[in-house]
Design a protein around this ligand. Sequence first.
Ligand SMILES: NC(=O)c1ccc[n+]([C@@H]2O[C@H](COP(=O)([O-])OP(=O)(O)OC[C@H]3O[C@@H](n4cnc5c(N)ncnc54)[C@H](OP(=O)(O)O)[C@@H]3O)[C@@H](O)[C@H]2O)c1
Length: 255
Amino acid sequence: MSPDLFDLTGKVAVVTGAGRGIGRGIAEALAGFGAAVVLAGRTPSVLEEAAGAIRAAGGRAAVQVADVSQEASVLALRDAALAAFGQIDVLVNNAGINPIWRTIEKTSLADWQSILDVNLTGTFLCCKYLGAAMAERGSGAVVNISSVAGHVGLTRSTPYCASKGGVELLSKALAIEWAARGVRVNCLTPGYVDTDLTSGLLHHETLSKPFLDHTPMGRFGQPRDMMGAAVFLASDASSYMTGQSLVVDGGWTAH
Ligand SMILES: NC(=O)c1ccc[n+]([C@@H]2O[C@H](COP(=O)([O-])OP(=O)(O)OC[C@H]3O[C@@H](n4cnc5c(N)ncnc54)[C@H](OP(=O)(O)O)[C@@H]3O)[C@@H](O)[C@H]2O)c1
């Protein structure tokens, strides 16, 4: 396979939640394969640091402070991306939260709403406004960061599972809607990856063991383990793939 299939030179990618964790890894990977990257998130300092690292490596990067759960903020992100680089070719909806680990009886409506607002509504809003800019031009790739929690149920994680299950089906529905308009929509579906989101669990002396034991590859993922799949889904290497979910989980869901 020609390496050109993965080349993103001349493409513009927007990555949400790009200041740290999986999003930062994906932003760096897309820039490494030639894309100009707009890094979005709520914390300017980490976004600037991540953009600085991309520029230091010879890449092109811009920063936009954005809260994906807020419609006006997403509209401003779209406008900022177009102002910075003139077009949008790749959208990575990575921003996500999972701040609670509670039974449903102890899950408040506010807990539920806050998780759905970021993980599912944020993905909807970014597709609606940034994805639509790609559909208008007749080409593009959307990569929605889902989770194994969008494929199987996890205990004490009802809102998170519901949000990621929603992301999976939103992606399939949109893939069908936009196939004829040249925009592919797929999910990248991580297993357990060592980031701020999961460090409390993955570094816990006892709680981490069952999760590790259930992982055939015998280790948790790192953000860099998501890079290849992200570049694949963003690039022409996956040109005949849409409405699918690429699971990258060390074999966790193979059981
Ligand atoms: N780590 C895992 O094991 C794992 C497994 C499966 C799926 N995932 C998914 O992978 C994605 C990235 O997770 P991660 O593990 O890298 O977590 P992380 O290190 O906590 O990063 C989450 C990112 O999302 C951003 N974010 C949160 N709320 C936001 C909002 N309202 N608007 C814009 N940005 C927002 C955060 O930046 P600010 O706080 O600065 O805004 C941060 O950059 C999430 O969708 C998560 O559900 C992770």
